[in-house]
Design a protein around this ligand. Sequence first.
Ligand SMILES: Cc1cc2nc3c(=O)[nH]c(=O)nc-3n(C[C@H](O)[C@H](O)[C@H](O)COP(=O)(O)OP(=O)(O)OC[C@H]3O[C@@H](n4cnc5c(N)ncnc54)[C@H](O)[C@@H]3O)c2cc1C
Length: 191
Amino acid sequence: MAVIDLTLTDERRALKAGVSEICKKYPGEYWRDLDAKREYPEAFVTELTRAGYLAALIPQEYGGAGLPIADGGLILETIHANGGNAAACHAQMYIMGTVLRHGSEAQKRQYLPKIATGDLRLQAFGVTEPDSGSDTTKLKTMAVRKGDRYVVNGRKIFISRALQSDLMLLLARTTPVAILGRYWRFWASLP
Ligand SMILES: Cc1cc2nc3c(=O)[nH]c(=O)nc-3n(C[C@H](O)[C@H](O)[C@H](O)COP(=O)(O)OP(=O)(O)OC[C@H]3O[C@@H](n4cnc5c(N)ncnc54)[C@H](O)[C@@H]3O)c2cc1C
């Protein structure tokens, strides 16, 4: 089992102090006022982005800090410990992991540096549907390949930060669940 070292090294203390410094400029009144007006913390997210904290997990070669996941957690924890709301921007940190893991080199070069600077916001993930939640294997949104693109049909609900994002990670299926089920029963019946 992997061991995640959570020791507060000098570097981590500096990271925490840097994030706290920004948070102090956005006290309780700032968050309460936004809450009352149902508005997004644009100024806070912009400052956090410009300081590079939301690019913490992006490798350095693509413009990020190349920090490990524990440091990403420390940044989010520090925001909350200072009374802020990291839920407004946490996804900008980790959704890019999909591009990093599954994207082509061209896609990484196209998207990651702009996500790192905040020129592109990738903050939304579309998973939940009216008929499926935790069990993502039941989602019905279909992506059908037509030439060099996919045509997507389906319904999504509860998609946070969609209005504040330029890009969204959308979960869709390319094989209908009924066909997958038949394959599964076939494989399961093999001796
Ligand atoms: C504030 C908010 C923001 C959200 N933002 C997003 C977003 O950005 N993107 C997005 O895609 N979705 C988002 N969601 C949706 C959220 O992730 C879903 O509500 C979640 O996936 C659960 O789905 P569900 O509500 O259909 O509940 P269900 O999946 O139907 O679950 C109902 C209940 O059954 C329990 N349960 C489910 N499966 C099991 C199991 N196998 N074993 C034991 N218990 C189980 C669950 O814990 C829950 O208590 C958001 C929801 C909220 C409230």
